[in-house]
Design a protein around this ligand. Structure first.
Ligand code: UDX
Length: 438
């Protein structure tokens, strides 16, 4: 099939490369000429394991191409995916649909014959209806369908998530679109991926409901961690005991500094807005957003308290800056609020991240960066681990201890065994497991 994907960002690029790998002929379109130039030269605009290789293989097989001009890119396409950003609107937290509707208008201007226009971006309920209305008003003579097909991939595991998904959700309003979408995903049906065909509105809401539910699960276990700390329980055991109940499941029960990233915070805010707009506010989701936001700064205060309350001119080392491992993405990373809190209290922050330091420079204030975690902790009063990168899981704690001015280890991802940290000479704090002193 001939497929166009508009927006060569995270979702667009991964979807485009994977669809090409299924054997479709895919053109990824982006209005940013530098991005297209880089992609044509094999340079990826995002950090995603395996993406460069997958892209190169499909480009050389002649199935994947990149195009700046939308009219050229969508020519003869049977399916046109809209995969542009839907960021939070600063004024009210709702999803900003400017890019989606701009693209819909442009598609309308260049549509030559029947195509299925698919909203793959995360969009509020009713957006696909609006895309249909827009295109129809501009091109009443052309036949087309609009489908909703949200993407559930995670950064850092995007290719695997796309190719072996837990499920595919497709919202359609007519049989022709349904048949076309079935053909797009046929290779996955052969993998027996469960496919849910539904109406467009249910499909759109499914994405928000799933993300908000996962965000709730994380926030819930984070609150349980707080209760564990006060009562002497161990949150990892509590999570394991809960997760073994098949109705609950073990995933997304890792307590930590709060969720971040490009999806959860923004989607939670947009769902809150939808509920309020329709006069059915979701108290649960509102609480999740509020609790998570406060938590990030609270983690900063926890580090300060561990240092005795006064960290003016003290060096605090922060290891792991990105919102999660295996990405260079700093969007809404807990490290931002934590470092702000440390700065507000007068600390000097030394930082290390395996992939995110370039991005971090753009969002963090006055931070000194190091290319090595041991260099970052040298002379520090405390070290905080904020992201659970593999390379941070097996640090030589004795060596670290020897390099530091004081020896406080705040492990916000619970990746060390408390007794081992204490044996290496640290006062050790983690999340929901009780603090241990040397
Ligand atoms: C998420 C969804 O998982 C994905 O389906 C959707 O399409 C986009 O949003 P992503 O943002 O890439 O994906 O990251 P994810 O691995 O889900 O983690 C999100 C945040 O939750 C991270 O900050 C992570 O550290 C945090 N998290 C996750 C926890 O704190 N505890 C957990 O148990 C799981």
């Amino acid at each position: 099939m001939k497929i166009a994907v508009i927006g060569a960002g995270y979702v667009g690029l991964v979807s485009g490369a994977c669809l090409a790998d299924f054997g479709h002929e895919v053109c990824c379109i982006d209005r940013d000429p530098r991005r297209i130039e880089n992609l044509r030269a094999g340079r990826m605009p995002i950090y995603e394991p395996g993406l460069a290789e997958l892209t190169a293989a499909n480009v050389s097989a002649g199935r994947l191409s990149f195009e700046q001009d939308l009219a050229t890119g969508i020519r003869d396409a049977e399916v046109i995916f809209i995969a542009v950003g839907t960021p939070s609107r600063p004024e009210d937290g709702h999803a900003d649909l400017t890019f989606v509707y701009d693209v819909a208008r442009e598609i309308a201007a260049h549509l030559k014959g029947y195509a299925v226009i698919v909203t793959k971006s995360t969009v509020p309920v009713g957006t696909s209806d609006e895309v249909e209305r827009l295109v129809r008003s501009l091109r009443p003579e052309i036949e087309f369908s609009v489908a909703s097909n949200p993407e559930f991939l995670r950064e850092g595991a995007a290719i695997g998530d796309f190719k072996i998904p837990d499920r595919i959700v497709v919202g359609v309003e007519d049989d022709r679109a349904r048949a076309v979408m079935a053909a797009v995903y046929r290779p996955l049906f052969l993998n027996q991926a469960p496919t849910l065909f539904t109406d467009r509105r249910s499909s759109e809401l499914t994405k928000y409901a799933a993300n908000a539910f996962l965000a709730t699960k994380i926030t819930f276990i984070n609150e349980m961690a707080d209760i564990c700390e006060k009562t002497g329980a161990n949150v990892q055991d509590v999570a394991r005991g809960m997760g073994l109940d098949k109705r609950i499941g073990p995933k997304f029960l890792h307590a930590g500094p709060g969720f971040g990233g490009s999806c959860f915070p923004k989607d939670v805010r947009a769902l809150i807005k939808t509920g309020q707009d329709f006069d059915v506010p979701s108290r649960i989701v509102e609480a999740v957003a509020d609790v998570n936001e406060r938590r990030k700064r609270r983690m900063g205060r926890r580090i300060i308290a561990a240092c005795g309350g006064d960290i003016r001119d003290r060096v605090i080392a922060v290891l792991g800056l990105t919102f999660k491992p295996r990405t260079d993405d700093m969007r809404e990373a807990p490290s931002i609020a934590i470092i702000q809190t440390l700065h507000d209290a007068g600390a000097r922050v030394h930082a290390f991240d395996p992939a995110g330091m370039e991005q971090a420079r753009e969002v963090l204030g006055d931070v000194t960066y190091f290319r090595d975690p041991y260099e970052a902790v040298a002379g520090a009063d405390a070290v905080a681990i904020v992201t659970e990168w593999e390379s941070l899981r097996a640090l030589d704690l004795k060596k670290m201890h020897g390099l530091m001015h004081k020896s406080i280890l705040v492990d916000l991802r619970n990746i060390y065994i408390p007794e081992q940290a204490v044996a290496a000479g640290f006062t050790y704090l983690s999340v929901g497991r009780g603090d241990l002193e040397t």
